[in-house]
Design a protein around this ligand. Structure first.
Ligand code: NAD
Length: 488
């Protein structure tokens, strides 16, 4: 076993990783640190021939990786997780430059390492459907071949590793395509992976917006696991249809939290507030609509305002314990600004915030004052759309469970949802009627490597993680062994 010093890498120059070699490209691009607006070190802009090279290396690697015993594949994933840990501060500092205060970046890298280790524990067993004198019938799961993970900007390490782990554990060769807004950490992670996995098993390609479509169109790629916005997810699915690639789509969310009147406010308010403003609203399973029982609405809202006042926002150079980042990029900044502009236009009532901080000149980066909108109309944009920024509606419900379930389900999205109550039976009764892939009671965003994650309705299709997630990286194959009798 190699020592952790074998896993030290240089964090200054950035390459594609193809067949375990570091490859430059004729042109490069730079992402921007959203807290300082300074450019990050340049990264490759892949060409079509880079895509072909990576796909043929993955194809060549696949048969022997598929035939490698799963315990060996798992051990390499575990070693990879340890190797990331050996470079923990370097990865966290680089991730901070991509848009988070150091404390949040460290949280993400730590969470991702644990998730990867959890994934390595999973096993997809053959299932015996029938074992009789006449026949043995089994269902088995075989890897698909070359798979691609297309990753968004908001949790670039966790979401990328969250695809890599299950893909390679199941026996696939995996290509990681990071977001053009956050390519640096991903490239370094795969550079490290190249020291551990056989050539062609784990690769990375960075590029411009044409890279994703090249991958979804490529005839030798068998699966795209996509995480990103719902409109892009629809394009990915349409593009994959031409080659009948398997697709997993992890898309946008508009998570509801239903708060009952019997909660312990001192305990629940800070949790709900954190669940709503985590990563400044840029998390698919951030709480994006809160429905509070009218009996406690005023107290709850006042508590939320106090909780939000304690939240420290900061960037990569923060030294004061900030946990909340700016909005990650200029495109998202414009989208969120547009939502903030509706406050005046629509006459929404901010309980706190309401301003675009960057415009007030207080901070240079893409900062907003965290904002809570007090009881806006149910059909308003802030309730119906995913802002993906630090602006949150809080609404009232009147104690009628049917009505609050209707309100929570009144959206095209269906990613996560939570119910908060000290009556667990009641909470479960309400939760089970919600149209969302992940239901939580007295918690939210509680994600685990052994729990499947995926959306209802336009929040996605298929799952990452858990045994169901592993099955998504496989063909389902039946095997019937005839012992006697039979139809031919
Ligand atoms: P996005 O859809 O703009 O981009 C996601 C990725 O897709 C990027 O890597 C991008 O380069 C790539 N891409 C863009 N166009 C493509 C195309 N035509 N073909 C193939 N790839 C293409 O998403 P984003 O703005 O980076 O991320 C924010 C969104 O992601 C939010 O809606 C959020 O809710 C969602 N999200 C969902 C989950 C989940 O697990 N369900 C997790 C995180 C984020």
């Amino acid at each position: 076993m190699a020592s952790t010093t074998d896993y030290k890498i240089d964090f200054t120059t950035f390459y594609n990783v193809i067949n375990n070699e570091l490859k430059s490209t004729p042109t490069t691009r730079t992402a921007i640190n959203p807290s300082t607006l300074a450019p990050l070190p340049p990264v490759p802009v892949s060409t079509k021939s880079d895509v072909d090279a990576a796909v043929s290396a993955a194809k060549a690697a696949f048969p022997s990786w598929r035939d490698t015993p799963v315990d060996e594949r798992s051990a390499l994933i575990d070693t990879f997780a340890d190797a990331i840990r050996a470079n923990f501060m370097e990865f966290a500092s680089l991730l901070a430059l991509e848009g988070k205060p150091p404390m949040a970046a460290q949280f993400e890298v730590d969470f991702a390492i644990k998730h990867l280790k959890g994934t390595a524990q999973l096993r997809l067993e053959e299932e015996v459907v029938e074992d009789t004198e006449e026949k043995l019938v089994k269902v088995r799961y075989t890897p698909l071949g070359v798979g691609v993970g297309i990753v968004p900007f908001n949790y670039p390490v966790f979401l990328g590793l969250g695809k890599l782990g299950p893909a390679v554990l199941a026996g696939n060769a995996f290509i990681w395509k990071p977001s053009p807004y956050t390519p640096n950490t991903a490239l370094k992670l795969v550079e490290l992976a190249a020291k551990i996995f056989p050539p062609g098993v784990v690769q990375a390609l960075s590029g411009e917006e044409d890279l994703g479509p090249w991958l979804t169109a490529h005839p030798d790629i068998r699966k795209i696991s996509f995480t990103g916005s719902t409109p892009t997810g629809k394009k990915v699915m349409a593009a994959c249809a031409s080659t009948l690639k398997r697709v997993t789509l992890e898309l946008g969310g508009n998570d509801a939290a239903i708060v009952c009147e019997d909660v312990d406010l001192a305990q629940v308010v800070p949790k709900v507030a954190l669940g709503a403003f985590n990563n400044a609203g840029q998390l698919c399973v951030d709480i994006k609509r809160i429905f509070v029982h009218e009996k406690i609405y005023d107290q709850f809202l006042a508590g939320m305002v106090e909780a939000v006042k304690t939240f420290k926002f900061g960037g990569s150079d923060d030294t004061e314990g900030a946990f909340f980042p700016p909005v990650q990029n200029a495109m998202q900044f414009e989208k969120v600004k547009e939502m903030f502009a509706q406050i005046k236009k629509e006459g929404w009532k901010p309980a706190i915030g309401g301003e675009v901080e960057a415009e007030a000149g207080e901070k240079k980066g893409y900062y907003f004052k965290p904002t809570i909108i007090d009881n806006p109309p149910e059909e308003s944009r802030i309730v119906q759309e995913e802002p993906f920024g630090p602006i949150l509606p809080v609404l009232k419900w009147n104690g009628d469970e049917d009505e609050v379930v209707r309100m929570a389900n009144n959206t095209d999205m269906g990613l996560g949802a939570s119910v908060w109550s000290s009556d667990l039976e009641r909470a479960e009764r309400i939760a089970k009627r919600l149209e969302a892939g992940s239901l939580w009671i007295n918690t939210h965003q509680d994600l685990h490597a052994n729990v499947p994650f995926g959306g209802f309705k336009q929040s996605g299709m298929g799952h990452d993680w858990g045994i169901i997630g592993l099955k998504g990286w496989c063909n389902t194959q039946s095997l019937l062994l005839r012992r006697s009798g039979g139809i031919i």
